[in-house]
Design a protein around this ligand. Structure first.
Ligand SMILES: Cc1cc2nc3c(=O)[nH]c(=O)nc-3n(C[C@H](O)[C@H](O)[C@H](O)COP(=O)(O)OP(=O)(O)OC[C@H]3O[C@@H](n4cnc5c(N)ncnc54)[C@H](O)[C@@H]3O)c2cc1C
Length: 491
């Protein structure tokens, strides 16, 4: 006991005095399969892993829940004791607000990872802690797929509660647009079964786009689809050099109106010294469903932009995460340790070619030579939008259905707090340029990529009614602001 107290004391004195009793007090209220993990346990490090250690939350205890009742009991206990708490799915959330969680309880959801397909095969009920890669695999075994984020190691729910941008969104809309119902543990530990009609349609609305603010989702029932034609996907990839910037973005702009729901385009600006020792390269992938080769009507123009290299491949829907470097084993997007990674997102209608040159140059400067930021990347997301725009803008809390693209520098460096200021200054500078080039004064910052320094309007939308509605719902469902570490709605 003294050893444990010392370990916890090293974390925080006040928290130590309270949380040292958690095993005795909370333990008997949990299911036999649940586990309380304290800092002196070797499992604590794994349980509190963060993909990005920038602004990470500080936990003094982890409750590895096994049932939804475990989640509810842990929330009630945390409230009784006035301990802060946070649900953790895939540990990929990055936002400054997380650092406001000092010495609280992590509610680790990873064992809520089941997938049960309905008898008619049209929906699945899915545990609130499942990772995207595990969900894709479980459905694939039954010839099904669902709209999920593209990264295997994020959770299914983390992205979904903010929208869930996805390669299948051109056909079906965002991941949140597929929801039938959710099991939710509210901020005061009550269990609710929420759907479009029960118990409060506005709560269902808010969970689609601002969901992290309203409870902990222990499971969802969501639409799923038959995998068509063996799930074939083809991709063609290009690497371009510095001189191609203008041509490339001009070509991409012309491609938009012709982009069908089954074609995805994703780009990265990054350094690859074996290809270009001096300048960043632009890596672009075009992916198409149901074909054995990406249709030349989409590739021809990109081939003529003078790429350094062209490659192509064929696989299935399951391979997409790996092609985009979002697979479980990827060292940049899944298995990093002690790396700070900050996003500065901007939603856009189209590319401003002059701006793209400016931000390319700014990115080249900050990542040059031995810069601590030289492993950074600049992401360019051009997922198809037909399914997204088919859903009325006011039918969910998500405010940015009008956008066609998301661009953001992802500044990465070995965690070193003395570099945070520079990263933020440079990242914000690039973001300002992107915004100025868009011709709009309104920054659209996708909640799941937001840095945390944005205004509520910049994350939740500029329409007055939308923010007012969210504030009223926040007052109703979380008046004590217990769920306030991930882009909290002000009340
Ligand atoms: C490499 C990478 C790839 C990404 N790809 C995509 C993508 O394809 N599409 C997309 O839309 N976004 C994507 N994102 C952004 C992603 O949506 C956010 O990072 C999200 O926060 C990740 O959720 P998580 O559960 O993995 O992280 P966590 O840090 O575990 O959770 C983030 C937040 O979500 C809350 N949360 C998690 N699970 C639940 C739950 N069950 N109930 C209530 N709250 C919950 C947590 O409390 C926390 O506040 C990506 C991010 C990264 C870093």
């Amino acid at each position: 006991m003294i050893g444990l107290l010392c370990t916890i004391l090293a974390h925080n004195f006040v928290a130590a005095l309270g949380l040292v009793n958690i095993t005795a007090e909370l333990g008997p209220r949990l299911s036999p399969e649940a586990r309380i993990i304290l800092p002196n346990n070797t499992a604590f490090d794994r349980a509190t892993y963060r993909w990005s250690t920038f602004a990470e939350p500080r936990f003094t205890a982890v409750v590895e829940v096994a049932t939804e009742e475990d989640v509810a009991e842990t929330v009630k206990y945390a409230n009784e004791q006035q301990f802060p708490f946070l649900a953790i799915g895939g540990s990929h959330g990055v936002t400054t607000g997380l650092a406001n969680l000092h010495y609280g309880i992590e509610i680790w959801l990873h064992r809520l990872n089941w997938t049960i397909i309905s008898e008619d095969g049209d929906t699945a009920t899915i545990g609130g802690g499942i990772l995207v890669g595990n969900l894709i695999e479980a459905l694939w075994q039954k010839g099904k797929y669902a709209v999920t984020g593209s990264c295997e190691c994020t959770s299914f729910l983390g992205p979904l509660l903010g929208a869930g941008h996805a390669v299948l969104q051109g056909k079906y809309g965002y991941a949140m647009d597929q929801l039938v119902s959710l099991h939710l543990v509210t901020a005061d530990g009550e269990l609710l079964d929420v759907s479009a009609s029960e118990p409060d349609p506005d709560l269902f609305w808010a969970l689609q786009g601002a969901g992290h603010n309203f409870g902990i989702v222990t499971s969802v029932t969501t639409k799923i689809y038959d995998v068509p034609d063996q799930g074939l996907w083809a991709h063609e990839d290009y690497i371009y050099g510095r001189d191609s910037v203008e041509n490339l973005f001009e070509t991409w702009n012309q491609f938009f109106p012709r982009q069908p729901p089954t074609v995805v385009i994703v780009g990265f600006i990054l350094r690859n010294v074996s290809i270009d020792a001096v300048n960043p390269v632009l890596v672009l992938s075009i992916l198409q469903e149901n074909v054995s080769r990406v249709d030349s009507i989409y590739t021809e123009a990109f081939r003529s932009v003078n790429p350094i290299s062209i490659s192509s491949g064929l696989g299935t829907y399951r391979d997409i995460s790996r092609w985009l470097r979002f697979d479980f084993n990827n060292p940049v997007y899944c298995t990093t340790r002690n790396v700070s990674a900050l996003h500065f997102p901007v939603g856009l209608r189209r590319w401003n070619v002059t701006t793209q040159r400016m931000v390319y140059d700014a990115f080249a400067t900050i990542t040059a030579g031995n810069s601590p930021f030289n492993a950074s990347e600049f992401l360019l997301e051009g997922f198809p939008v037909q399914g997204v725009k088919a859903v009325p803008e006011d039918s969910t809390a998500y405010p940015w259905r009008g956008d066609n693209l998301i661009a953001y520098p992802l500044l990465r460096y070995h965690t070193n707090m003395s570099l945070d200021h520079t990263a933020i200054e440079v990242g914000e500078g690039i973001r300002r340029k992107l915004l100025e080039g868009s011709g709009s004064e309104e920054l659209h910052s996708y909640v799941n990529y937001a840095l945390g320094d944005e205004s509520p309007e910049q994350i939740y939308g500029y329409e007055e009614w939308r923010l007012e509605k969210l504030k009223e719902l926040k007052k109703k469902y979380d008046p004590e602001r217990r769920l306030s570490f991930y882009e909290p709605i002000p009340i």
